[in-house]
Design a protein around this ligand. Structure first.
Ligand code: ATP
Length: 459
């Protein structure tokens, strides 16, 4: 039986033990809430990115990709409203001096409805009236809520002054809007069409935490899908379905996902509809991604601030207008966390307790591991030859150290779906065994058929 009711600690411990995710700057005592993806973590992450790119860009005629820069003209963030209002309501506990997001404190104690759309004054009042306690020390004495801008600032060039100031982008989306004219003209795309990109974003979060769920440096996978205003509802539904489909492709258990439409009070002022896809993490439900109908807000703002023409000319109707947009916005790191939590399993195989990661073979960091039963009698040579033959197709490992049982367990913990063993029968009939991770079942197959069989299983 799988065990999923245990806390995050087991997943975090496995991530460290098996080289998925390490504490950032560990040898210096760590930099709080920074994480480094280790050798298996980066494979997993790249496989997820490739799957996203394939599903949303490569396999669609109406989509193209982009990779825009992290540093953008500061006016971009004035246009979007980030300079004025990309803020969270900050409160300090007067006793222990810990800082919190006022809205999150209300949400955690009283539910999302109670926190949605509240002004700073209302947040302070709710916290006081309901005597909400500091999660760290239990005090009910907080400062008034005040606005805290989450954008990271830095300076470009050698002179440090206001004119050299730039922001690290807090979202990747704006790189798409500022390239809208380039892409629509050069790629000769007709509406509806979309642009997707994967990249880093930075937010000076007040309360990062829950491992890689909320960090200050993270990756997003965002799409802006440019449309005509009429018929947005139908396209919104199509994007909802596409996003669900992708999470299912990753093997995420449907019963741990839910779709939450934002209440009108919670909606950003430019959004007519927002749906979040949430996942049930060991620490509770958390947002995995959001899909928002942002109307023509962003392009209009950039038209105003840049004084450039970002309209679209429809050759069929001879109309010129500003396209509207549907924005599916995914968190890369939250997707990795979901995949890790979703895959973590414990059972007993052949009377022995084991931990294994039930990754879908398509995204498993290592697809197959090749083991010679012993280190002599020519078995390692055959094993290496198989490894050589497979390595251009998949990520394959070769391992000849320790007992076979130990080698299986190591691969189970990194979620390798297939282990191939070269044994004495191989010398007689050129066959090897394939052992499947989840069932532990073994089958003998001919070496020359191995690549085809594994390729088929990977589909
Ligand atoms: P939250 O309410 O959790 O702060 P958000 O609604 O501000 O998230 P968006 O601005 O919609 O998030 O960003 C899109 C996606 O980017 C989110 O769904 C999430 O997956 C990811 N994301 C946002 N902030 C972070 C963060 N600090 N760390 C990791 N991922 C994040």
């Amino acid at each position: 039986m799988d065990k999923k009711d245990d806390s995050m600690e087991k997943v975090v411990a496995l991530c460290k033990r098996r080289g998925f995710i390490f504490q950032g700057s560990e040898i210096y005592g760590g930099l709080a809430n920074t994480w480094d993806f280790g050798p298996y973590g980066v494979e997993l992450k790249n496989n997820i990115k490739r799957s996203w790119w394939k599903h949303f860009i490569q396999e669609r005629e109406d989509m193209v990709g982009l990779d825009s820069s992290i540093l953008m003209h500061p006016k971009v963030w004035e246009a979007t409203g980030h300079v004025a209002s990309f803020t969270d309501p900050l409160i300090d506990c007067k006793k222990c001096h810990e800082r919190f997001r006022g809205d999150k404190l209300i949400e955690e104690n009283m539910g999302i409805e109670a926190a949605a759309g509240k002004s700073l004054k209302e947040i302070s009042e709710i916290i006081k009236k309901n005597k909400l306690k500091c999660p760290k020390c239990g005090s009910t004495d907080f400062t008034e809520a005040r606005e805290f801008n989450m954008m990271f600032k830095t300076n470009q060039g050698v002179i440090e002054n206001e004119t050299s100031m730039v922001y690290l982008r807090p979202e990747t989306a704006q790189g798409i809007f500022v390239n809208f004219r380039n892409i629509s003209a050069i790629m000769r795309k007709k509406l509806p069409f979309g642009v997707g990109q994967i990249g880093k974003a930075f937010r000076n979060e007040i309360t990062p935490g829950n491992f890689i769920f909320r960090t200050r440096e993270f990756e997003q996978m965002e799409i802006e899908y440019f449309i005509k205003e009429e018929g947005w509802e139908k396209l919104f539904k199509e994007w909802e379905d596409l996003c669900k489909e992708w999470f299912e492709k990753l093997g995420i258990d449907k019963k741990n996902m839910r779709y939450r439409e934002h209440d009108p009070k919670e909606l950003a002022f430019y959004s007519k509809k927002t749906v979040d896809i949430e996942y049930k993490f060991p620490f509770g439900w958390g947002e995995l991604m959001g899909i928002a109908y942002r109307t023509d807000y962003d392009l209009n703002r950039h038209i105003k601030f840049s004084n450039q023409d970002l309209t679209y000319f429809d050759q069929e109707t001879n109309e010129r207008f500003v396209p509207h947009v549907i924005e599916p916005s995914f968190g890369m790191d939250r997707t990795v966390l979901t995949v890790l939590v979703n895959a973590y399993a414990e059972d007993s195989l052949g009377g022995e307790a084991r931990i294994f990661m039930k990754f879908d073979p398509k995204i498993a960091p290592v697809k197959a591991a090749i083991f010679p039963l012993i280190k002599k009698e020519g078995l390692p040579e055959i094993g290496r030859k198989i490894w050589n033959d497979l390595k251009s197709e998949f990520t394959v490992e070769y391992d000849e150290s320790g007992s076979i049982g130990k080698r299986y367990r190591r691969q189970d913990e990194i979620g390798t779906p297939f282990c191939v063993t070269v044994d004495f029968d191989t010398l007689k009939d050129n066959t090897v065994t394939i052992r499947e991770r989840d069932s532990g079942e073994q089958k003998r197959v001919k070496i020359e058929e191995l690549k085809g069989i594994l390729t088929e299983k990977m589909r």
